[in-house]
Design a binder for this molecule. Structure first.
Ligand code: ADP
Ligand code: MG
Length: 309
C-alpha cells in the first residue's frame, strides 16, 4: 500500500441478494486508493454503486467480499477504529427538526464519546457557515443549510477523512458555492475529502483525482487533468431553423445531445470527423445555420464515453 494512502479498497464486491428477484452485483472487484490530503471524486450514473461503496465504509452495508482499509485499520478487524477515522455525510437528509444545530452537534459529540472540554461545536458551526443559525430550530433551515449541518455532524469527532454522498443534490447554486467553499477550507486544514457527485463540472473544479464507476465497475481512475487530456471528442452547438435528419451510419462515433428545430448539438470524435463534414451534412438538407458554438469537451464527454460503452 502506498505510504500516502489513507483509504483503500481491494477486490471489493457487493451482491444484494433478494429473495423474490435476481441478486444485484452492485460492486465488482473495486480497487482504489485515496491519498492523504486530496479531494477525491467518485462519479457515476445512478445505480453505479457509489452509495453502496460509501455505505460499506459507514457500516450500514455489509460487503460481500474484498478488503477495505481506512487510516491503517482493516474494516474486518477494527471496524470501530475505521469508523472513528471517517466522518460520513449521507445522501439522505436526516436531521431531527426539533433540535437546534448546536444541540444536535452536542448530541452527536456525545454519541462519539467526545468529552465536553474537547468539543469544538462553535468552530464547526462557523466552518459550515451556520453560526448565525446555531440556536434556531433545524426545521427552519433551508435545504442547503441542512446539508451543511450534516457536514457539521460528520465533523464532531474531528475525523481525518470526510466522505460526502451527493452533497450538492437538491442544493441551489448559492448554497452550493458555500458548501464547496466550506469543503475547500476543510481540505486546506488537512482533511482528506471523498465525494460522490453527478455534477461533473463541480467534480472537474473540485477534485484532484477522479474515479468513474459504471455498473459496479471502476472504468476510470486518474488525475482530473489526465482525464481531461484524454478527451478526443469535440462538441458543437448549431443554432438552426429546422430539425436535422441524421442516421446512425452517417458519421463515425458521434452522439446527438440535442436535436430540435432550433438547435442541434453533436459530440464527435475529432480524430475521425471534421467539422466541415457536419456543416455540409446540415446544409445539404437546406437548413440554415444561424450560429455555431464549439467547445473542446469536458469531463462530461469522458463520462459519457465511459459510461455508455
Ligand atoms: P448509486 O449511489 O451510484 O446511484 P447505489 O449504490 O445506490 O448506486 O446502487 C447500486 C445498485 O445496487 C443499484 O442497482 C441499486 O438498485 C442496488 N441497490 C442499492 N441498495 C440496495 C439495497 N439496499 N437492496 C437491494 N439493492 C440495492
Ligand atoms: Mg447514491
Amino acid at each position: 500500500m502506498d505510504q500516502n494512502c489513507v483509504l483503500s479498497a481491494k477486490n471489493l464486491s457487493k451482491i444484494y441478494k433478494k429473495k423474490s428477484s435476481k441478486s444485484i452485483l452492485a460492486l465488482e472487484n473495486l480497487n482504489l486508493e485515496v491519498k492523504q490530503g486530496e479531494i477525491f471524486g467518485l462519479l457515476g450514473p445512478n445505480g453505479a454503486g457509489k452509495s453502496t461503496f460509501i455505505n460499506i465504509l459507514s457500516g450500514t452495508c455489509i460487503k460481500t467480499s474484498g478488503k477495505v482499509n481506512v487510516w491503517g485499520f482493516d474494516l474486518d478487524k477494527n471496524p470501530r477504529q475505521c469508523r472513528a477515522s471517517i466522518g460520513i455525510v449521507p445522501q439522505e437528509i436526516n436531521v431531527d427538526p426539533f433540535f437546534s444545530p448546536r444541540k444536535l452537534l452536542d448530541l452527536q459529540a456525545g454519541l462519539y464519546g467526545v468529552k465536553k472540554k474537547d468539543r469544538i461545536t462553535d468552530v464547526i458551526l462557523k466552518l459550515v457557515s451556520l453560526d448565525e443559525q446555531k440556536n434556531s430550530y433545524t426545521r427552519s433551515l433551508s435545504g442547503g443549510m441542512k446539508r451543511r449541518l450534516l457536514i457539521a455532524k460528520a465533523l464532531v469527532h474531528q475525523p481525518p477523512i470526510v466522505i460526502l454522498d451527493e452533497p450538492t443534490a437538491g442544493v441551489d447554486v448559492q448554497q452550493r458555492k458555500y458548501l464547496w467553499d466550506n469543503l475547500r477550507l476543510l481540505n486546506k486544514q488537512g482533511v482528506t475529502i471523498i465525494l460522490t457527485t453527478h455534477y461533473l463540472i463541480e467534480a472537474e473544479e473540485m477534485c484532484n483525482r477522479i474515479g468513474i464507476l459504471n455498473k459496479g465497475k471502476l472504468v476510470a481512475l486518474d488525475s482530473t487533468k489526465n482525464l481531461l487530456d484524454k478527451i478526443q471528442s469535440k462538441r458543437v452547438n448549431f443554432l438552426i431553423n429546422k430539425k436535422v435528419t441524421i442516421d446512425k451510419g452517417t458519421l463515425p462515433n458521434f452522439n446527438i445531445l440535442s436535436n430540435t428545430d432550433k438547435e442541434f448539438i453533436i459530440a464527435y470524435d475529432k480524430k475521425k470527423t471534421k467539422l466541415d463534414k457536419i456543416i455540409s451534412l446540415i446544409q445539404s438538407q437546406n437548413i440554415e445555420i444561424i450560429d455555431i458554438i464549439s467547445d473542446d469537451g469536458d469531463l462530461e464527454d469522458v463520462f459519457f464515453k465511459l459510461t455508455n460503452e
